[in-house]
Design a protein around this ligand. Structure first.
Ligand code: NAI
Ligand code: MG
Length: 351
């Protein structure tokens, strides 16, 4: 009997619904080719769902997802529902409840895609951003003092736990062992005199376990400059929640467009399902026009198959994406005239 992969798909809003169709098309084609089965269950949780039910998902939504191999998400958010409601009502609960502490964004300058940086050839930008996804600078702990007076003081806490820091650093080093054996740490231990020296200390200790891996570290300010000036310097770049967030938008922008960029929210221990999604949002400005680029969704699907033990199918999808980006048909955002469906079908048949 062949392997069956059980996926919860949440297309969400706007172009999420268009690109999800193409993601499923390509993954189904890969399954047929490589001899496994995709078993999809679709969930209509979205801003439309919110309009009908007053919540982004049902109260037992997390439990409904718990037994799937992974969650495949399109994009959520639409005018009419405030973004903090759509985000905190669906995506953040999934990331937190399933302890998806590693947010991974591979960045690769694809053939047929123009980098805004001058003189960059396909493949010359090839890095992976590893962002801590559960603690650090993002949090709700803090206090107001002397509120409403001249002496107002607002204190927001950043929390770095040894477990939280070590597990993301370890994940970054493990990734580097499968890639270019180089890890760069994003820090700011000059200005942030408590948390970031601690981060640096744990980074140095973790590096000792990986003598084969070359390491370096940059303060976040000069690091952003080097992403633009010398993106070819980097292989795996690891950062805290805030620094990783910034770098993981900057890097795909250097490689041309967020429309093709994928993102994985991983629970590396596989106790809970991981979630795979494109980096882009629901793009209300082009929603319903059928011209969204499906590559971010399809690339996220390739990462999902890789995570679920189908590396050959995952690699074949990447080759098909590269072929179609180079030769067309392409959607308008990457210089073509094709529709979402035409591009998705072309990638499926290039498989
Ligand atoms: P966006 O990523 O939806 O759009 C930014 C720009 O990129 C727009 O001009 C859009 O047309 C273009 N674009 C995005 N994806 C594209 C694709 N696949 N093909 C062609 N062009 C593409 O970001 P924006 O406008 O800031 O957010 C729109 C909504 O999406 C908001 O409600 C926001 O909260 C939500 N959002 C959701 C995310 C998620 O589900 N993870 C991530 C980012 C935003
Ligand atoms: Mg961000």
């Amino acid at each position: 009997m062949s392997t069956t992969i059980r996926i919860a798909s949440i297309p969400g809003d706007g172009i999420g619904k268009d690109v999800m169709v193409e993601g499923i098309r390509v993954l189904d084609a890969a399954a047929t080719k490589f001899g496994f089965r995709m078993d999809w269950k679709h969930f209509d949780w979205s801003c439309e769902y919110y309009a009908r039910h007053g919540a982004m998902m049902p109260a037992d939504g997390i439990d409904q997802l718990r037994d799937f191999d992974s969650v495949y998400l399109g994009a959520v958010g639409f005018p009419g529902v405030p973004d903090h409601i759509s985000l905190w009502g669906l995506l953040i609960p999934i990331r937190r409840e399933f302890d998806q502490y590693a947010n991974i964004r591979p960045v690769y300058l694809m053939p047929g895609v123009k980098s805004p940086l001058a003189g960059r050839e396909p493949g010359s930008i090839n890095m992976m951003i590893v962002r801590e996804n559960t603690e650090g600078e993002y949090g709700t702990q803090g206090r107001f003092e002397n509120r409403g007076t001249e002496d107002e003081r607002v204190i927001g806490e950043a929390t770095f736990t040894r477990k939280g820091v070590d597990r993301i650093l370890r994940y970054a080093f493990e990734q580097a062992m499968t890639r270019g054996r180089h890890v760069t740490s994003a820090t700011k231990s000059n200005g942030l005199a408590i948390t970031m020296p601690y981060w640096d200390e744990r980074f140095a200790l973790m590096a000792r376990n990986y003598p084969e891996v070359r390491t370096d570290q940059f303060h976040i300010d000069i690091l952003t400059a080097q992403f633009v000036r010398n993106p070819d310097w980097f292989d795996v770049v690891v950062g805290s929640n805030l620094f990783g967030d910034i770098l993981s938008d900057l890097a795909p922008a250097c490689a041309g467009t967020i429309a093709i960029a994928p993102s994985a929210n991983l629970n590396p221990e596989r106790i809970h399902p991981s979630m795979f999604e494109p980096v882009h949002g629901s793009a209300p400005d082009i929603a319903g026009k059928g011209i969204a680029n499906p590559v971010g969704q399809i690339w996220a699907g390739s990462m999902m198959l890789d995570h679920l033990g189908q590396p050959e199918a995952a690699a074949a999808i990447m080759r098909a994406i590269e072929t179609v980006l180079a030769e067309g048909p392409r959607t308008p955002d990457v210089g073509g005239k094709a529709t979402t469906v035409e591009m998705g079908k072309a990638i499926a048949s290039a498989l």
